[in-house]
Design a protein around this ligand. Sequence first.
Ligand code: ARG
Length: 459
Amino acid sequence: MWKGRFQTDTSSLVQRYGESISYDWRLYPYDIQGSMAHAVALQAAGILTKAELKAIHRGLREILRDIDAGNFEFRPELEDIHMNIESALTARIGAAGAKLHTARSRNDQVALDVRLYCRTETARILDGVRGLQRALLSCARSHSDAVVPGYTHLQRGQPVLFAHHLLAYLEMLERDAERLRDCHRRINVMPLGSGALAGSTIVLDRELVARELQFPAVTQNSMDAVSDRDFIAELLFVIALIGTHLSRLSEDVILWATAEFAFIELSDAHTTGSSLMPQKKNPDVAELTRGKAGRLTGNLISLLTTLKGLPMTYNRDLQEDKEPLFDSVDTIRLALDVFAEMMAAARVRSENSRRAAGDPFLLATDIADYLVLKGVPFRQAHEIVGKLTGHSLRTGTAFPDIALEVYREHSAVFGPDVYAVLDIDTALKARKGIGAPSPANVGRQLSRWERLLRQPKPL
Ligand code: ARG
């Protein structure tokens, strides 16, 4: 493509070092789409005749069909997807093909391709997020009265509905959906026409190209347009954060599936056995997802590190954006899908979780609140119940079994109505502030999510 200036061929080591076709071949549908739109602008500017435009479109469609069908040979000596397609086009249709690269550089071409790729994948990842939200919602729905201990520091804190716990993940995923939408806005800007860095003396109608490719806007600075990869960094961050959320969910699932917790049972289809220990049923999907979260963060850091020292404008370092991007997109899409399938098939063992949540200590705060409602300042109430906890531990008597006289020794305001506080269902019902887990609230939240997910906001 640049043989004019050079006297010797590129070293084969350099070819191997610099080629990107082994991974950027996946950009082919976008590269072809972009070239078709560019050709329209070239024809409008009088560079191509109508017949040449037609020949280019026909040739590109053929190439698309051949690549789709696996009948296209990618050549590493042509470096990347852009030159592979352009050279195949010229081989097929001749002179018109050789005109296609007028007023275009691979710098604005790759910027366009990657934006088109990110645009498509952002929508797919959003679908994946929705799918997982639906799976979690259906799991919450079908076990809507299951109770679990809520934990802080992984120590039992207060009882909550299992559904409330799962709906926490719907909130996280909703913010992720919001971030995808926001990131999509900045992806969705058309860079073609920026040339290598300074546009071209052959002025094309960039708005026309944008319309052809359904972009609502065009980039406003040619130097920025060819060197900007912020939109990839943002997408990698959003993906890494989704991965982090999935990793936290993984950790919950792994704990819940242990014999010690035994709050859920994963389906055979979503677990693996051990080659040695016949009794094992391992939550590998959750473990892998927790593990992959590290890779997703790594991909984000990798790109940020690549970008941080780059002078304006395009530098070949930027070719290093693609592998982390493709890897993160592939990984998160699969993770979301497999997680949705696994959660939809999980069985909640609510008898076990209710037993754990029935630990009377989980209602210690409720006893303190009881005292507060009788006029005791909270700090004092906290201390009184702390002492009662000590008594309970020393004597092996649970809160409901402690005699009223003993309660009264700790505070004279205790009356027989304290025992009513020590009921888990009463305790749950009482938590009826906005965002708290009373069954009525959680029921409303389930309906709200059903409504939201029936017609989720599109990109
Ligand atoms: N494969 C290159 C990349 O991914 C395409 C752009 C090459 N441009 C250049 N001036 N060498 O960044």
